[in-house]
Design a protein around this ligand. Structure first.
Ligand code: HH2
Length: 256
């Protein structure tokens, strides 16, 4: 899954693809490099970020989704927790919803069910503005797994038929929590859903290595390969070409 952030403030590529044409060109490149899904987002969720209005979010992502649906042959996912944004983008031809709040809102569950599309249910403790203020867990893997299991069940009860789960690396978690989730990722495979991981360029990699955000590709490749080895079915990344190769090698090792 290749990331297209149509935002002025995303942590690693904010402002780069704010103009529709830039976002579309970028998405085309990601597909040429091997992305099987393109994930379009219009609101940054980096720690400390402020939400944007539904109107602003739709103004950013609507034209991009329209253009991508016409120009690309891969599924377009919409990275939003706002039901109206999701509904409109699905009307425009997107075929997947990526919800960092884990389909918390009943309206969103209904939108996903009505369009009968897959949804990513991600774990986040708190909300982006405050989530990194001293997050704590009993056992992080059990707690996150319980949350995902409950949310997936609620989604299914609302008529959602295809759920993908995501432990939410960096969303209300310390470096130790994130590393534990990656090391014990195979435990999430006990649930009957595909697993998605987004670790690309994240601050944990910076905290471990000291690398600034634009120099975190080697760390991203290591974490991505290990996630795949431990069972990740989908990886959400910025550097598709490089990650694709890491995924191919990790998959070959996993199935050897
Ligand atoms: N991470 C980000 C955004 N959306 N969705 C899922 N399912 N999993 C993730 O790990 C995830 C996500 C944050 O990364 P990015 O989009 O690059 O940054 P920003 O939120 O600043 O736009």
């Amino acid at each position: 899954m290749g990331v297209v952030n149509v935002t002025p403030d995303s942590f690693s590529d904010g402002g780069l693809f704010l103009a529709t044409e830039c976002a579309v060109e970028h998405a085309k490149r990601l597909v040429e490099e091997g992305a099987d899904i393109v994930d379009v987002g219009g609101e940054s969720s980096r720690p400390g970020s402020d939400p944007v209005t539904e109107e602003e979010e739709l103004n950013r992502v609507g034209p991009v989704v329209s253009a991508l649906v016409k120009n690309l042959h891969v599924p377009i996912s919409i990275d939003t927790y706002k039901p109206r944004t999701a509904d409109r983008c699905l009307d425009l031809g997107a075929t997947m919803v990526n919800d960092i709040t884990g389909l918390r809102y009943a309206d969103m569950r209904q939108v996903v069910a009505r369009h009968d599309v897959p949804a990513v249910i991600m774990h986040m403790k708190g909300e982006p503005k405050t989530m990194q203020e001293n997050p704590s867990y009993g056992d992080v893997v059990s707690d996150v797994k319980d949350f995902l299991s409950r949310r997936a069940l609620a989604a299914e009860q609302s008529g959602v038929r295809q759920v993908v789960i995501d432990p939410g690396i960096g969303f209300g978690k310390t470096v130790a929590h994130n590393m534990t989730l990656l090391r014990r990722l195979s435990e999430f495979k006990e649930l009957p859903y595909p697993v998605l991981i987004g670790v690309s360029r994240k601050s944990s990699i910076g905290q471990i290595t000291g690398a600034p955000v634009d120099e975190r590709l080697p760390g991203t490749l290591a974490a991505t390969a290990i996630a795949v080895l431990n069972g990740a079915d989908v990886v959400r990344v910025h550097d598709v070409k490089e990650c694709r190769q890491a995924v191919q090698v990790a998959e070959a090792i996993r199935s050897a």
